[in-house]
Design a protein around this ligand. Structure first.
Ligand code: UDX
Length: 434
């Protein structure tokens, strides 16, 4: 099939490349000239394991094209995927759909024959209906709109595309299920569930899934707080609960607080949809509040561990919101590092994806390009992101300061090992080693 992906951000670039790898001809278009120029030179705008190789492979055989020419891409494609950003409006829970509507209008302007617009960006319930209204106003009867949300995790996106649990298609016209089934047949053959529903149903499934996962994480994070006080290991609770198939073991890892481009945005987006339909979503509201409060709990814990922050040397291992991505969006480090610096601490940090512009203007904050230099004189090491390269560190060799402490926000290290090595070790939802 010939496919046009509008927007070469995370969703459009990964999905477009993977569609090309299934044998389709894919046109990835973006307004950003620099981005397209770089992509044509083989430089990807995002860090995603395996993506560069896959882009190169499909680009070289001509199945994957990058351009600013929307007209050509739309004219040559049957399926037009909208993959533009849907951020929250400034200081609001509401989703900004202006990029989606702009893309739709541009497609409408150049589309001569029959086209299918597919919203892959996360869009609130009723967005398909609003797009319909735009198309009716523009007298574009040749264009139909359906929904096909993405469920890709950063850092695992290619695997998630190739082996999805389910493919969700939302349309009020059955004919489109057939067309989309054909597109996804190679994945269905490998076991993916092909699930069809109404367009609004599909739009809600995406928000409901993300909000539910965020709830699961927040639930275990609150239990971790209780475990710390009641001298219980939260990992046993995750295992004990997760073995019940009705609950499931995934997304029950206690940690710093969920972050990233989706959970914080989509939980707020769902609450806003609830408000629009006058339907109270009290659980999701509480999840948002609890996740935000959690960051303050860490600040208090750090102050308690160090007694005073003044002139303390604090080393951060990892600053991205999760490993295998360079994404800083809603990362907990964005709350903790500036606070520590403002309160008199010296922060050194290392992340495998390099220095971050978010910390550039901070006084007393320095990036080092290796772990040893970052931790050398630390009073406290904060393990923030669970990158593989942090898993087997010999802290007693790396750190010069004899009284150093570790605060492990991901429970990456073995509790008993830390005890045996006499390291002052603090983690999440587990007893302290003092
Ligand atoms: C998420 C969804 O998983 C994906 O389906 C959707 O399309 C986009 O949003 P992503 O944000 O890339 O993906 O990362 P994910 O692995 O889901 O983690 C989100 C956040 O939750 C991270 O901050 C992560 O550290 C945290 N998390 C995840 C936990 O704290 N505990 C867990 O058990 C799992």
């Amino acid at each position: 099939m010939n496919i046009c992906m509008i927007g070469t951000g995370y969703v459009g670039l990964v999905s477009g490349t993977c569609f090309a790898d299934l044998g389709n001809k894919v046109f990835c278009v973006d307004k950003d000239k620099e981005k397209i120029k770089n992509l044509n030179l083989g430089i990807s705008p995002i860090y995603e394991p395996g993506l560069d190789e896959l882009i190169k492979k499909n680009y070289n055989v001509g199945r994957l094209k990058f351009s600013n020419n929307l007209k050509e891409a739309v004219t040559k494609s049957e399926l037009i995927f909208i993959c533009v950003g849907t951020p929250n409006k400034v200081n609001s829970k509401q989703v900004d759909l202006s990029y989606v509507f702009k893309a739709v209008k541009e497609v409408a302007k150049v589309a001569k024959n029959k086209k299918i617009i597919i919203t892959k960006s996360t869009v609130p319930v009723g967005t398909g209906d609003l797009i319909d209204k735009i198309l009716i106003k523009l007298r574009k009867k040749n264009i139909d709109v359906i929904s096909n949300p993405e469920f890709l995790r950063e850092g695992e996106a290619i695997r998630d595309f190739r082996f999805p649990d389910r493919i969700v298609i939302g349309s009020n016209k059955k004919i489109y299920f057939k067309i989309l089934k054909k597109l996804y047949q190679p994945l269905i053959n490998k076991g993916a569930k092909f699930f069809t529903t109404s367009r609004r149903g599909s739009e809600l499934i995406k928000y409901a899934s993300n909000a539910f996962l965020a709830t699961k994480i927040t639930f275990i994070n609150e239990l971790a707080n209780l475990c710390e006080k009641a001298d219980i290991n939260v990992e046993d609770i995750s295992l004990g609960m997760g073995s019940d198939k009705r609950i499931g073991s995934r997304f029950l890892r206690a940690g710093p607080a969920y972050g990233g481009s989706c959970f914080p945005k989509d939980t707020k987006g769902l609450v806003s949809t609830g408000e629009k339909y006058n339907s109270e979503l009290s659980i999701v509201k509480t999840v948002i509040k609890s996740n935000e409060n959690r960051k303050k709990l860490h600040l208090n814990r750090i102050k308690k561990i160090l007694i005073s922050l003044k002139k303390k040397k604090i080393a951060f291992l990892g600053v991205t919101f999760k490993p295998n991505t360079d994404d800083m969006r809603d990362s907990v480090s964005l709350k903790i590092i500036p606070y520590l610096c403002k309160n008199g601490a010296f922060v050194s940090y290392y992340d495998p994806t390099g220095a971050k512009k978010d910390f550039k203007k901070l006084k007393n904050c320095k990036f080092y390009d290796n772990i040893n230099k970052t931790c050398k004189n630390a009073d406290l090491i904060i393990l923030h992101t669970e990158w593989d390269e942090f898993k087997s560190l010999e802290f007693n060799r790396i750190v010069k300061n004899k009284n150093y402490k570790i605060f492990d926000l991901r429970n990456l290290y073995n509790f008993n090992e830390m005890k045996n090595k006499k390291i002052k070790y603090f983690s999440i939802g587990r007893p302290n080693v003092n």
